[in-house]
Design a protein around this ligand. Structure first.
Ligand code: FAD
Length: 448
């Protein structure tokens, strides 16, 4: 989706923090890499140091270790959405539909699996190279949990699809999932072994810290604008510039802040709360597990251990925020919802409070495709995470890096086939529609 040729692109807004994530708060403070403070040259400038940007940097260095890359991250690595999520790097699309599952949907499923597993391959390679511990990177799989007859039905249908696709998985009954989670609230579950579970802030910091010269990361360095300069581009930051042959925009919804994909990205936030530490004896089941909801609008729950005891993470609620920022009141409101979900699932933990609450931005598209491809000559987008950026944005970053270096791969062929994001209805219809849609889906997810 190339715009009319323009020479200057100026950021109309920069990312804002949406609370402090419990993932960051429970790690040692990071000493950020130095901000850019001079005029430099690079072959490729990458805007954004989340899953997409760091993975693009990594992929470029693997394909050609001589390519000079400058990654510009507006904030501190780990403090944006990539370090604030629930930490599921998911390998399988969740494509349950009551109608037939064959032909086109089968081939889309396979493409999705290849895409998501490309992300997992990059993460696994880094984990193996660097000997990451299971606190950071755990290939332990995930549970999809149901709390209602509708959720149970959904999991059974999903299991049939997975069986048809030859994907390993296991259905669990009420007692079996209680033995894992210590909660009597879940009515059934589906375990799929291929998901990687990470401490997201630790993971994204670790990916950043694996990058080596000539890939350089500059933190607290927002790209304020970029303009054509000779055959390439000049990126301006508050205290420096990067003259680069090519640019990868890996700033998700903020691609729109530079004028790209205008009217095609839905800026949706989701929210999480993390409890204080509790005595593990207060909750039966295993000490560590990770569960996503059977119904897409439901609640994600994880049990983790942080040294002094265990904690429960609750992620729920979606809100539409076209200005790509949220208020503290929105975090508090989501927090009240989390408290109810927590109390319902874990009555034995009555009195355990939430220590951290936060939110984070995602960019969705109406037709669920990424905002990907060459958007101006020499400017490539790896944006539009569609809510599953640990896999999708990592894959998009890899694919963008391959495009920039003209490297052909099976993954690239999948991106070649994807449609462009379609236009959203004009405002205020998008706002009204998105709010009604999210409220209705949250209501229909019920207890899930
Ligand atoms: C609470 C929560 C739970 C979630 N759980 C999961 C999950 O379990 N699994 C999953 O797959 N996804 C999950 N997500 C979604 C996931 O976090 C996002 O999809 C993912 O972070 C998108 O990655 P990205 O690299 O595309 O963008 P981001 O992570 O948003 O990274 C983009 C980066 O660009 C930077 N940036 C923006 N503008 C500029 C600029 N002008 N100059 C320089 N830098 C700039 C930002 O600071 C940011 O760090 C969750 C999200 C939230 C909020």
């Amino acid at each position: 989706m190339t715009q009319a040729a323009k020479n200057v692109f100026v950021a109309s807004r920069l990312p804002k923090r949406a609370g402090v994530s419990g993932w960051v708060a429970t790690l040692q403070p990071r000493t950020p890499r130095a901000a850019l403070s001079e005029a430099i040259s690079a072959d490729v400038a990458i805007i954004g140091g989340g899953f997409a940007g760091l993975s693009a940097g990594r992929r470029i260095s693997r394909l050609d270790p001589t390519v000079r890359v400058a990654i510009l991250e507006a904030g501190i690595v780990g403090e944006g959405p990539a370090g604030a999520n629930s930490g599921f790097i998911i390998d399988l699309p969740h494509e349950v539909s009551s109608d037939d599952f064959s032909g086109e949907s089968e081939s889309k499923f396979r493409d999705s699996v290849l895409l998501q597993r490309s992300a997992i391959a990059l993460a696994s390679e880094l984990a193996a190279e660097n000997g990451w511990s299971k606190d950071l990177f755990d290939p332990c799989g995930r549970y999809s949990v149901a709390m209602s007859a509708e959720g149970d039905k959904h999991l059974t249908a999903y299991s049939q699809q997975l069986a048809k696709m030859g994907e390993a998985h296991r259905l669990l009954g009420r007692e079996e999932i209680e033995a894992v989670t210590g909660s009597k609230a879940f009515t059934s579950a589906l375990f799929s072994p291929g998901t990687i579970i990470v401490q997201p802030a630790a993971y994204i910091r670790a990916v950043a810290d694996c990058l080596r010269e000539p890939v350089t990361l500059f933190e607290q360095t927002p790209a304020l604008s970029f303009e054509r300069s000779g055959d390439g581009w000049l990126v301006k930051t508050p205290t420096g510039t990067v003259r680069a042959g090519k640019i990868i925009m890996a700033n998700n919804g903020h691609a729109e802040s530079f004028g790209f994909f205008r009217g095609r990205l839905l800026h949706v936030f989701t929210y999480a709360s993390l409890t204080e530490e509790f005595d593990p004896a207060r909750l039966g089941g295993e000490r560590k597990w990770a569960a996503t909801p059977a119904l897409p609008m439901g609640t994600t729950v994880r049990r983790i251990n942080t040294g002094g005891g265990d904690r429960i993470l609750v992620r729920s609620r979606y809100s539409y925020n076209p200005g790509i920022e949220i208020s503290d009141a929105a975090i508090r409101s989501a927090g009240r919802l989390h408290d109810g979900k927590f109390a319902h699932r874990f009555p034995t933990l009555a009195g355990v409070g939430m220590q951290y609450r936060w939110g984070g931005a995602m960019a969705l598209t109406r037709n669920h495709v990424p905002a990907f491809g060459e958007v101006e000559r020499g400017v490539f987008a790896a944006c539009g995470c569609n809510g599953l950026g640990a896999s999708n944005s990592t894959a998009a970053g890899i694919a963008a890096a391959e495009r920039v270096l003209a490297h052909r791969s099976e993954l690239g062929r999948i991106y070649d086939k994807l449609a462009a994001p379609v236009l959203l209805p004009p405002q205020p219809l998008t706002t009204i529609g998105a709010k009604i849609h999210l409220a209705w889906r949250e209501w229909s997810a019920g207890a899930e």
